[in-house]
Design a binder for this molecule. Structure first.
Ligand code: HEM
Length: 293
């Protein structure tokens, strides 16, 4: 995928990287992801976003998994990462545990590669394309809150700001638009877009009026800040191009197909990521970490 290619180009990755050390790694991760997605469909969006936030800060090195310590506040505790959902972290941790349960694989597969594979599998399990993932990433040991500053896009960014953040990762505006379609799955907290619904410059006039009213009803002013709603209310757990259709209609959460939204997926309290991760240290290492503290 574009994201992986742009951020990992220098690492000399290859598809058969684990052919000798852990030949079944892909099927192990796929099996864990299939079970986890079936139990908790929110895993799909959570994993895709976790990979994106990992790759844009110091490359795809799983440094977003690293836990803060008494001496260091890690990436995951930067304000931009606090809304990363726990199911993404959990998916990687469970996959790593399953891989390490196989004696010949123990300690051989990096968390960074597992996150890349898990993301591919989440997309495929959501009905999206499957694709070959090149492997051989090293786990990052350095993970600091300050390294996240300015690296991730904020929801209020204008086009120039978005282009700049993506260009810093070797990605074009077209790449940015294509990758934004990751929002075809997953959830957003009401508080994230409350400014478009209420306040001095609200409602946002670029929104379909009916859609804005719908959002206001689903995210009332007194809403629990943990309440999250589907990014794509039409096909919330399908990795498809509905995101672009919604955009063209200026409404991402309205339309005749709304009844197709599965009950329980439109509103969900989203839990932020778990406190489990690896400790910081040097820049990157060949011996993979545990993905959990
Ligand atoms: C273009 C710039 C982007 C901006 C401004 C942006 C912003 C956001 C925001 C504000 C949320 C909701 C956070 C919350 O309320 O909890 C979100 C969620 C999400 N983003 Fe992005 N994002 C961008 C690009 C991307 C990219 C490139 C991907 C992946 C290819 C992606 C995948 C996701 C996913 C899957 C979710 C849902 C997460 C979940 O369900 O837990 N985003 N994004």
């Amino acid at each position: 995928m574009v994201l992986t290619a742009a951020t990992c180009a220098a690492a000399q990755l290859r598809r058969d990287y684990y052919a000798g050390a852990c030949p079944n790694v892909e099927s192990i991760v796929r099996g864990v992801m299939a079970r986890k997605v079936q139990q908790t469909p929110t895993t799909i969006g959570a994993t895709v976003r976790l990979f994106f936030h990992d790759c844009f800060v110091e490359g795809c090195d799983a440094s977003v998994m690293v836990a803060s310590t008494g001496n260091n506040t890690a990436e995951k505790d930067h304000p931009n990462n606090l809304s990363l959902a726990g199911d993404g972290f959990d998916a990687v941790i469970r996959s790593k545990e399953a891989v390490d349960a196989v004696p010949r694989c123990r300690g051989k597969v990096s968390c960074a590669d597992i996150l890349a594979m898990a993301t591919r599998d989440a997309i495929a399990l959501a009905g999206g394309p499957s694709y070959a993932v090149e492997l051989g990433r090293l786990d990052g040991l350095s993970s600091t809150k300050s390294s996240v500053d300015g690296r991730l896009p904020a929801p209020f960014f204008n086009l120039d700001q978005l282009n700049k953040v993506f260009a810093a990762n070797g990605l074009s505006q077209a790449d940015m638009i294509a990758l934004s379609a990751g929002h075809t799955v997953g959830l957003a907290h009401c508080g994230t877009f409350a400014g478009r619904l209420r306040g001095p410059s609200a409602p946002d006039t670029t929104l379909d009026r009916g859609y804005a009213a719908q959002l206001q009803a689903e995210c009332p002013a007194s809403v629990d800040p943990r309440l999250a709603v589907a990014m794509d209310p039409v096909t919330p757990v399908s990795f498809d191009n509905q995101y672009f259709r919604n955009l063209q209609a200026h409404r991402r959460r309205m339309g005749p197909e709304q009844r197709r939204v599965r009950p329980g997926l439109r509103h969900r309290r989203h839990q932020a990521g778990p406190g489990r991760g690896q400790d910081g240290g040097g820049p990157r290492q060949h011996t993979p970490q545990l993905c959990s503290a």
